[in-house]
Each structure stands twice: as structure tokens, then as C-alpha cells.
Design a protein around this ligand. Structure first.
Ligand SMILES: [Mg+2]
Length: 346
């Protein structure tokens, strides 16, 4: 075999400026990786790097030549265990860059067998779920309008970004126009532990499913403080980056929110899912603002999840990549008619 690899940067405008507690972005900067075999089959993978975890498109582009050299040297897209292990030995950090290559190799391996990725993994495509759709921070009236638009589009699970001085007003407003949707909130580390406990007490009347990342990740005792006093389940996102974090958070949250761009690969993501379950946690898979070059792969994990927060492509103004379709938010693996992850340039 002789694998050929390339990568390219893309700037993808978001439909709305996307604001969370620590900042705003107006476009998603991604890097797409291609791994091609001797028969012209092309595996596609994407990196959606997050500055919060120390990555940008520039750092992704800086390490991709070394990572792709690993793939070319191993020269076997089916040996995914060796590829992920050797990539980690070559570039310890840069998980989004490693993930892009991991996805491209998984996509190619499944395409070579002419099966969708979930089938390559032996998963049940009917055992799927509905992704949440995120309402970013904005003035309260705009958040109400975006909620109404989301309802018109059929989404039945909404995630609302909080971490403002009007968090209760925001949720009261959104609940008033969306009385029946499944709703949860994400503070993105914005609250102090005592503030979190107070706010969660007030939020309980709005029938929320859970609260994501109430306090800063480095405040592990603060997370426990909130967890022990919260009437709502707690999800850990910024506190749950790699496999090694799972035992650390197991006694201070209910839900582990893993992301491909944090953990460094699809095999690593599956390892985190099973480890989280073994520790009694529920499992969510989230994402950054990403294209279907990477979201499509995450969608194949749906049968293993309790919650999917895979709206990265849905938040783009126009994703150049098709992926796994999500009518009304439902991740429809059964309808996928392409092999691999389903990522394809439109
Ligand atoms: Mg989050």
C-alpha cells in the first residue's frame, strides 16, 4: 500500500456570532485532512482546534506533517491502534490535530470495507438519539428569537449558554417560549461554587435536565461542593479532557462530556466512554464549532451515548461537508448511504 496525505485550512462563517461565558467567535477555523489509498479512496478528517485547550489552526498545521508521516510510515489505515499510539508518542499534546488524522484513517478503513463507521464498530444504528442545539449568549430578546427559530427548525433539545448577570431571566424567557423542550444549561466555568449552588437552586423551577461545567476546571473541590449540594445533575466538560480525568471527576459529577477535539482520537473517545460508564457516570459527546469533516465521525458514537451535543455543523452558516443527517436533531445513522463517516464535500 502507499498512502498519500494532504491537509487544508478552511474558515467557515457561523450562522450567528457564538458567545459563551469566555468569549465570542464569528467563524470556525478548521483544518481538513485527507488520507488517500492506492485505489483513490479518500479518508476525510477534520480538526476544530480550541484556543482554550491551547490549539489553533496554526498549531494544527505545525504538527500535521509529523502526524501524517506516522500514517505514511505505518501504511495501514486498518491498524488504528498503532496509528493512534504512535501519534501520541510523536505529538503528546495537540489533540485536535491527532483527532483529525484519527478520523481520516477511520473513514478510509471503513470505506475500504465499504461499510459505514458504526457498522465497522458493530454498533446498532437504531440505538441513536437526538442532538441538542445550542443557544449562545446574546441579549435576552435575541436569545428568545433564536429559541423560536430553533423550535421552527424542529429541535427538541436545547442547550443554553449561561454565565451572565441575568442567567435566571434568560432561562425564564426561553422556558416561556419553549415550555416542552428538553433543556439544559452550560455555564462554561463562569460561576463560583457558592454562586453556582445559589443559581442552581433558582434554576430548578425551570425543569432543566442538568447543568454543565458550573465552576472552573481547576477548582476540583469546587466542583464537588456544587455536586453535593445541587438538586440538578452536573455535567463535567472543561473538567473532563482526557481519559485520566474520568476517575478524578467520578465522585463529583453525574455526566462526563467528552469531545474528540479534547481527547485526541476516536479510539481514545471510546475508551473514555467505557471508562466513564465503569465509574457510574452517564456519557455525553460534545463538540467545538466544527464542520462535518469531524462531526460526522462523532455521530457514529451516538449508540454509545446518553446525550449528544453534536451541533457543530448546525451552527455554521453553510457547511461545505455533508455528514450524518440530523432531521429535527435526530442523528439518523440508519439513513446514511455512504461508507465511512459519511463526510463528503457537497
Ligand atoms: Mg460545555
Amino acid at each position: 500500500m502507499s498512502l498519500e496525505t494532504t491537509f487544508e485550512r478552511r474558515s467557515l462563517p457561523l450562522e450567528y456570532p457564538f458567545t459563551i461565558a469566555r468569549g465570542t467567535e464569528t467563524e470556525s477555523e478548521v483544518v481538513t485532512v485527507h488520507v488517500e489509498d492506492e485505489d483513490g479512496r479518500v479518508g476525510i478528517g477534520g480538526a476544530g482546534p480550541s484556543p482554550h485547550y491551547g490549539e489553533t489552526v496554526a498549531t494544527v498545521e505545525a504538527v500535521l506533517p509529523d502526524l501524517l508521516a506516522v500514517v505514511e510510515e505505518i501504511d495501514d489505515p486498518h491498524n488504528l491502534a498503532r496509528i493512534e499510539r504512535r501519534m501520541r508518542e510523536t505529538v503528546e499534546r495537540n489533540p485536535a490535530a491527532r483527532t483529525a488524522v484519527s478520523i481520516a484513517c477511520h473513514d478510509l478503513a471503513a470505506k475500504r470495507l465499504d461499510v459505514p463507521l458504526y457498522q465497522y464498530w458493530g454498533l446498532d444504528p437504531a440505538d441513536t438519539l437526538e442532538t441538542s442545539y445550542t443557544i449562545g449568549i446574546d441579549d435576552t430578546e435575541s436569545m428568545r428569537e433564536k429559541t423560536e427559530t430553533a423550535l421552527e427548525r424542529g429541535y427538541g433539545r436545547l442547550k443554553v449558554k449561561l454565565g451572565t448577570d441575568r442567567d435566571i431571566e434568560i432561562i425564564r424567557t426561553i422556558r416561556s417560549v419553549a415550555p416542552d423542550v428538553d433543556l439544559f444549561v452550560d455555564a462554561n466555568e463562569a460561576w463560583t461554587p457558592r454562586e453556582a449552588v445559589r443559581k442552581i437552586e433558582r434554576l430548578t423551577e425551570f425543569d432543566l435536565e442538568f447543568v454543565e461545567q458550573p465552576v472552573p476546571a481547576e477548582n476540583r473541590e469546587g466542583l464537588r461542593f456544587v455536586y453535593e449540594r445541587s438538586a440538578l445533575p452536573i455535567a463535567a466538560d472543561e473538567s473532563c479532557v482526557t481519559l485520566e480525568d474520568i476517575p478524578q471527576i467520578a465522585d463529583r459529577c453525574d455526566i462526563a462530556n467528552l469531545k474528540l477535539m479534547k481527547c485526541g482520537g476516536l479510539r481514545e473517545a471510546k475508551r473514555m466512554i467505557h471508562t466513564a460508564r465503569a465509574h457510574g457516570l452517564e456519557v455525553m459527546c460534545g463538540c467545538m464549532t466544527e464542520s462535518n469533516a469531524s462531526i460526522a465521525a462523532a455521530a457514529h458514537l451516538a449508540p454509545l451515548l446518553d446525550y449528544a451535543d453534536l451541533d457543530g455543523s448546525l451552527l455554521l452558516a453553510d457547511d461545505p461537508y455533508d455528514g450524518v443527517s440530523m432531521p429535527d436533531g435526530r442523528i439518523d445513522l440508519v439513513a446514511l448511504e455512504r461508507p465511512g463517516t459519511g463526510a463528503a464535500l457537497e
